[in-house]
Design a protein around this ligand. Structure first.
Ligand code: ATP
Ligand code: MG
Length: 292
């Protein structure tokens, strides 16, 4: 069994590039942690509603959802649904109504903090959540900004494919900007390599490039490309429920355990918003002293 974190860990899963595994990572990390005794919530902030589908949550238009929470028409507790397969796993679904929110929010007070205000005023503690994952749409608009302002930690999935790092510079710039102006605690606490195909040289090249650019914050566990992972949502399930002994399920299980056991990686003044392990942090501090 995993040790529960002292405070709920709230993690936004973001990458403005489409189809890199944000949703798959959100729901499977969540399900893995719920399987290991944690109480976990997934907030679907993508009007596509893919995370809601994978978690078996009702999300037809009009269902009380993340949209109502953002515009202040519902409390998060009224929007959350328990997962049919796991009583410790919850989802605040997204419906197509959320597609209009990006525009509706513009004229609202504290438009960048609507999600923060909804969940950070006692709700998480009241319901005993240990982990929250916020699944973002593939853009850097107001929905993603709301996600970034409601958390301390960002988890970036990177697909082991051509152009994997395309746009990542922009993402880092945005995280840096939000950290500077809107949410001083925001930082990257994990990077996860997804859809890794061990048979190709490309995958290992991408992996080493990402590791050299990001360093320690990249999780040691990588997620292999696996058909079971892509089949599971078709059954309204995570791969953790759909086929727990499949390679994809085991990889997510291990990655989730790694993320939990190593805890939050905090950034050092020299690393920008990129978190580093406590050991690396100490080394960097040492290096600074040597330079003096
Ligand atoms: N490890 C994997 N093995 C095989 N297929 C995968 C794997 N991870 C994700 N996929 C598939 O790749 C596609 C994209 O994944 P996913 O929906 O998680 O990406 P996303 O970043 O959330 O996309 P979007 O930007 O549209 O929200 C999906 O069809 C998913 O089932
Ligand atoms: Mg998605």
């Amino acid at each position: 069994m995993l040790k529960k974190p002292d405070e709920p860990r709230v993690i936004t899963v973001a990458n403005q590039k489409g189809g890199v595994g944000k949703t798959t990572t959100s729901v499977n990390m969540a399900a893995s942690l719920a399987r290991q005794g944690m109480r976990v919530l997934v907030i679907d902030l993508d009007p596509q509603g893919n995370a809601s589908t994978a978690l078996g949550a009702e999300h037809t238009s009009g269902t009380v959802s993340s949209y109502e929470v953002l515009i202040g028409h519902a409390e998060p507790a009224d929007a959350m649904q328990v997962n049919p397969d796991n009583p410790d796993l919850y989802c605040i679904p997204a419906t197509i109504d959320l597609a209009g929110a990006e525009i509706e929010l513009v004229s609202m007070v504290r438009r960048e903090y609507r999600l923060h205000d909804a969940i950070r005023r006692g709700f998480l503690q009241e319901h005993g959540f240990d982990y929250v994952f916020v699944d973002c749409p593939p853009s850097l608009g107001l929905l993603t900004i709301n996600a970034m302002n409601a958390v301390d930690e960002v988890l970036i999935p990177i697909q082991c494919e051509y152009y994997a790092l395309e746009g990542v510079g922009q993402l880092l710039g945005n995280i840096g900007m939000i950290r500077e102006h809107l949410n001083h605690n925001l930082h990257i606490s994990g990077v996860l390599l997804t859809m890794y195909d061990a048979r190709t040289k490309l995958a290992s090249e991408v992996a080493s490039e990402v590791r050299s650019q990001f360093g320690e914050v990249v999780l040691k566990n990588v997620i292999p490309r696996s058909v079971k992972v892509s089949e599971a949502p078709g059954y309204g399930q995570t791969v953790i429920e759909y086929d727990p002994s499949s390679r994809g399920a085991l990889a997510y299980f291990d990655a989730a355990r790694e993320l939990a056991e190593r805890g939050d990686y905090q950034p050092h003044p020299t690393t920008g918003p990129i978190g580093v392990s406590p050991e690396v942090y100490a080394d960097l501090d040492g290096a600074e002293r040597n330079e003096e």
